[in-house]
Every structure is written in structure tokens, then in C-alpha cells.
Design a protein around this ligand. Structure first.
Ligand SMILES: *Cc1c(COP(=O)(O)O)cnc(C)c1O
Length: 394
């Protein structure tokens, strides 16, 4: 099977019943991705609804703090709904509309992707069902209520461990039974072809804007790009434009959690113990035990807490196009606090993993060099959790 392959990775490992809808989706995407009207409409919503282009902000105080290369932040945290996920949700809902679907469904763990999906469903008047593990619903009551406010139905999933991977299985089952009128919005650059390609294309606006904005800021100079990696959508969106620029060092930051023991982190590419396998319809690197069972991974950040990674990252890892590294919970929290105090910006805990890598990188940089960190989201959602970690009662 060569379709939708990234080297050895990717593909379509799905039940037979889902194949026709993937084929339909692939055909529609191939058609609309070069349709000027579709692209113009997407651009209009990026600009008028989501708030693109996002700022490329020169973090002068943070730069002085480290005393090395100039640090710029790509401000995806300023987008509507507070993170990059809206770039993909808007693209997919517009495609679903074109395909004549009347309902969108999604799976969600922490609720962020569920909220982005419920948001675009409200905007385009589509029915929306979000599948969520019952355990996650209890842990994320605020996001469950947000989705309800936005008009979505949140479907509790009580099979297995009642968490994200069970919600994903349930969403696929529902999709297979309602193929005619339903589009499944996957939230990261994962899943069967054409999702990893499609999600990457919708998120690549991040890297294209960075290139454009740097022309004015630094005369185009760029030495390092840093982004955090959960499923890998904000990172692939950041790196893709620069994939052939060998002089730009690209760093994908995974969650090293509590430490290197199995189940204590969410590292798939920066972990020597992980191997290729198949999860959620595609082949990629996976966190698995010796018997090849996918393990439950851990990170302080719900958005990075995923045992797989997008197949294009697996290929970039093997080819050395991107270097993947780990940042632990403590380092991420320290970076979260540092950005608050140095720049007056409260970052998402996910994005704080990318920021924390500056501690390791900056001493090796020179003042004339340029670093861009993608700030994938804002930290309002994380404030309560950070307070708990820091031992504050709020
Ligand atoms: C969901 C999320 C992530 C992780 O998802 P990717 O697909 O790896 O980008 C990172 N940051 C924020 C703010 C998120 O909401």
C-alpha cells in the first residue's frame, strides 16, 4: 500500500467499512485543495474569524534573559479559541460542507479539540457530536460545558479505560454507521490517509507566515525552529515550509513527563524504547511494551499525552530532517512561569515544553542567530492545574 505513505509510515489501516468514506474524503480534498474558491473562503475565515495572520513577536526581555540568539514567538495563542487547533477545524468543516455532510463528529481527551470542533459546527450550522471518555468528562467539566454551550452533544464513552483511545474507537464506530451524512474531524496530524496530509496542509499556514514575517524582522534569517509535539499538528505546521532548508535546525519537543520509565512520559520519537507499529489507522512510532501493546502514556499536559505521533514526523525522525527531544514536567512548569514573568504572556503547558528547550539551546547560540518558538496555545485553561502543582490554593 503506497497511498498516503511517508516513507515506511502512514497508510490506511482501517476496517473495510470505513474505506469508501476515506476514498470519498481523499477525492474531495484533492479537488478542493486546489480550488481557488475553497481556498479563498478558508482564507477569509482565517482572517475574519480566527485572527490570522498571528503575530511573530520579538521577545526582547526573554532574549536578554538568555543573552544569546534573538527569540521570536509565533503567537498561535492569540487565535480564536486559544490555540492552533482552529486552523484545522475550519479547514475540515469547510470541506465537510462542500461534501454535503450535515453532521461533524470528533473525539476529544482534554476537550480542546472538542471545543474547536463545536465552535466551527456552531459557525456553520452543523450538528455536532463529540465522543469523550466518561473519566475525561469528569476531569474536564469546564470544557464539557463549553461544548454544550456551543450546541454540541457530548457523548460519554464508558468502554475500556473510559479515556481518549476508547472515545476514538467509539467515534470510528459511529462514523462507519453514518458515513452518508457525517464527517469525522480528526484533531491532529494522525489517523489514516488523507488526514495526516490534510491536517498538515491546514496547519502549514503557521510556517508560511513565519517565513513571510521574518523577511521584515530579520531579513529572512532563521537558525532554529522549536515546537511541541503531541500528535504533531502544530509542529508539522511550523516545520513543513522549512523541510528543505538544511540551515534551519528544527526541534520537536515531546513530553518527558516524570521520567524515563515506561508509562511515565509521552515520548515516542525521543525515546529509544519506542518502535513502529499501527495505531488509529496509520503506521508510525508508538510507545509500546515488549509485547507490542500500546501503553498508557503520561504528561502533565493533556495535549501531549498521546502514545503515537503523526507519520510524517516518524519519517522526519528517521531522515534526520527534525531532531526530537524531551522536556519533563518540572522543566515545562519553570518555562511557563518564566514566560509569564519575562513577557507577560501565560502560555499553554503544551507550548511551555517548547519554551523550556530554550534553557538547553540558548547557551549554544550566538547573538546574530534567530530562534522562533511556536506558542501553540494560551495557558488560561492550565492556570488551575499549575496552581495545584505550585501548592497554591485558588
Ligand atoms: C492539542 C494541543 C497541542 C498538541 O497537539 P499537536 O497536534 O501536537 O499540535 C499542543 N498545544 C496546544 C495548545 C494544544 O491545544
Amino acid at each position: 500500500m503506497s497511498k498516503g505513505r511517508f516513507g515506511k509510515y502512514g497508510g490506511q489501516y482501517v476496517p473495510e467499512i470505513v474505506m469508501p468514506v476515506l476514498t470519498e474524503l481523499e477525492a474531495a480534498y484533492e479537488q478542493y485543495k486546489r480550488d481557488p474558491e475553497f481556498l479563498a473562503e478558508l482564507r477569509k475565515y482565517y482572517v475574519e474569524y480566527a485572527g490570522r495572520p498571528t503575530l511573530l513577536y520579538y521577545a526582547e526581555k526573554l532574549t536578554r534573559h538568555y543573552g544569546g540568539a534573538k527569540i521570536y514567538l509565533k503567537r498561535e495563542d492569540l487565535l480564536h479559541t486559544g490555540a492552533h487547533k482552529i486552523n484545522n477545524a475550519l479547514g475540515q468543516v469547510l470541506l465537510a460542507k462542500r461534501m454535503g455532510k450535515k453532521r461533524v463528529i470528533a473525539e476529544t481527551g482534554a476537550g480542546q479539540h472538542g471545543v474547536a470542533t463545536a465552535t466551527v459546527a456552531a459557525l456553520f450550522g452543523m450538528e455536532c457530536k463529540v465522543f469523550m471518555g466518561a473519566v475525561d468528562m469528569e476531569r474536564q467539566r469546564l470544557n464539557v460545558f463549553r461544548m454544550k454551550l456551543l450546541g454540541a452533544e457530548v457523548v460519554p464513552v464508558t468502554t475500556g479505560t473510559s479515556t481518549l483511545k476508547d472515545a476514538t474507537s467509539e467515534a470510528i464506530r459511529y462514523w462507519a454507521a453514518h458515513i452518508e451524512d457525517t464527517h469525522y474531524i480528526i484533531g491532529s496530524a494522525v489517523g489514516p490517509h488523507p488526514y495526516p496530509t490534510m491536517v498538515r496542509d491546514f496547519q502549514s499556514v503557521i510556517g508560511r507566515e513565519i517565513r513571510e514575517q521574518l523577511k521584515e524582522e530579520t531579513g529572512g534569517r532563521l537558525d532554529y525552529l522549536i515546537a511541541c509535539v503531541g500528535g504533531g499538528s502544530n509542529a508539522i505546521g511550523t516545520f513543513y515550509e522549512f523541510r528543505n532548508d538544511g540551515s534551519v535546525k528544527k526541534l520537536g519537543v515531546e513530553a518527558a513527563g516524570r521520567g524515563p520509565a515506561v508509562g511515565d512520559n509521552a515520548q515516542t520519537l525521543s525515546n529509544p524504547a519506542s518502535r513502529p507499529g499501527v495505531l488509529h489507522g496509520a503506521s508510525s512510532y508508538l510507545a509500546q511494551d515488549e509485547d507490542g501493546q500500546v501503553i498508557e502514556v503520561y504528561s502533565i499536559s493533556a495535549g501531549l499525552d498521546y502514545p503515537g505521533v503523526g507519520p510524517e514526523h516518524a519519517m522526519f525522525h528517521d531522515e534526520g530532517v527534525v531532531t526530537y527531544v524531551g522536556i519533563n514536567d518540572k522543566e515545562a512548569i519553570a518555562a511557563f512561569q518564566l514566560l509569564c514573568r519575562e513577557e507577560g504572556i501565560i502560555p499553554a503547558v503544551e507550548s511551555s515544553h517548547a519554551l523550556a528547550y530554550l534553557e538547553k539551546l540558548m547557551p549554544k547560540t550566538k547573538q546574530e542567530e534567530v530562534v522562533v518558538v511556536t506558542l501553540s496555545g494560551r495557558g488560561d485553561k492550565d492556570v488551575q492545574q499549575v496552581a495545584r502543582v505550585l501548592g497554591e490554593e485558588i
